[in-house]
Design a protein around this ligand. Sequence first.
Ligand code: NDP
Ligand code: MG
Length: 428
Amino acid sequence: MYQSPRRLCSALLHRDAPGLRRPPGPGPRRLTSPPAVGPRPASPGLLAAASGAARSCSRTVCSMGNGTSRLYSALAKTLNSSAASQHAEYLVSPDPEHLEPIDPKELLEECRAVLHTRPPRYQRDFVDLRTDCPSSHPPVRVMQWNILAQALGEGKDNFVQCPVEALKWEERKCLILEEILAYQPDILCLQEVDHYFDTFQPLLSRLGYQGTFFPKPWSPCLDVEHNNGPDGCALFFLQNRFKLVHSANIRLTAMTLKTNQVAIAQTLECKESGRQFCIAVTHLKARTGWEQFRSAQGCDLLQNLQNITQGAKLPLIVCGDFNAEPTEEVYKHFASSSLNLNSAYKLLSADGQSEPPYTTWKIRTSGECRHTLDYIWYSKHALSVRSALDLLTEEQIGPNRLPSFNYPSDHLSLVCDFSFNEEPDGLL
Ligand SMILES: NC(=O)C1=CN([C@@H]2O[C@H](COP(=O)(O)OP(=O)(O)OC[C@H]3O[C@@H](n4cnc5c(N)ncnc54)[C@H](OP(=O)(O)O)[C@@H]3O)[C@@H](O)[C@H]2O)C=CC1
Ligand SMILES: [Mg+2]
């Protein structure tokens, strides 16, 4: 169903309004999703120029094995370098002296214009999971997403059914931004970010987010020719909703050895309610054969979170690409931790006990890879999940799987609305 960009944007900006109605019947309730998107509009005038300018944006080139300091100085140059800024409002590299707020509607329209030749975004609905506990404060919307590092997607991942044109950064970044703008999270937890300084930090800061980036010490992106720097985890929160109380960048250890995987953990205070909580993002070691290693990394992260939450005194949300199915030891450590965590996406299942059948689905040279690896853990006594964004169906994902012209990453975004329980029973 086609919606004009303006109607769409106003629906997006009022996400608790008409679309989010509870349908009748038992079990999880599907909500009409506000970000339903029809065919993309053709881009006239200025918007067409934005598309062309975005394509002409310069790319930072760093050869294999360069040190991170050289990478960062190269990245810093791109912040100033684009002649294309004469043509496009937001999608080009920003001038750091000129960081005015962006109207999300205008950025969304720019993105949609760049993407006008692509098929429409997939429809995903929020499922109402509200318990009977009322909450007087607006929910906290959290998005978890491994966005696929550009260098890995083009140089390492071997997505055999994904056309190279679908991976072009100047368009793929618009698909990523469109997804973020569609759901408007209050907190955004990302993995495989290798365009933090030239794309996400400048744009999202102008949308009102405060961001933190922690790159992997030896990012595999650096092995890819024409890379844009190391990939890592990024955490963004809306400054008008939260105050940063404490922030920790954690290099995970396994059996006391420092590893290549990282996490960010921040304590935030809700400006409306005064309640404090901890939010963390991580990306654990990938691949089969590394199960014990992931388990050790998970134990280290849990230990760090025990300390940061003062022994579970603060409510906690942990987002991540754990690279582990629910059968793995690291998953079991999180599920049975004294931090009293539950995995939010289990609540989409009929019995509330099963994880979704997949959060990533791709075809590599080794064959089809369909796995549940991404999770949003939360303190089950202190927080309630009010709704969760449903996953894409197999039909929507299509026979060539992900990424694709419609969807920018091989991992699906997970989005949940949380509310604080009014009277925590002391057992967070
Ligand atoms: N220069 C040096 O001294 C050192 C360099 N390194 C570099 O680090 C790299 C390893 O880093 P590490 O953090 O352990 O990486 P991981 O094994 O955790 O994987 C890195 C990325 O590869 C993706 N991936 C997973 N499975 C596959 C697959 N089958 N094919 C292609 N990509 C896949 C993962 O994506 P997802 O999470 O989505 O599955 C992940 O983002 C080495 O390749 C090396 O380049 C490491 C140590 C030292
Ligand atoms: Mg990956």
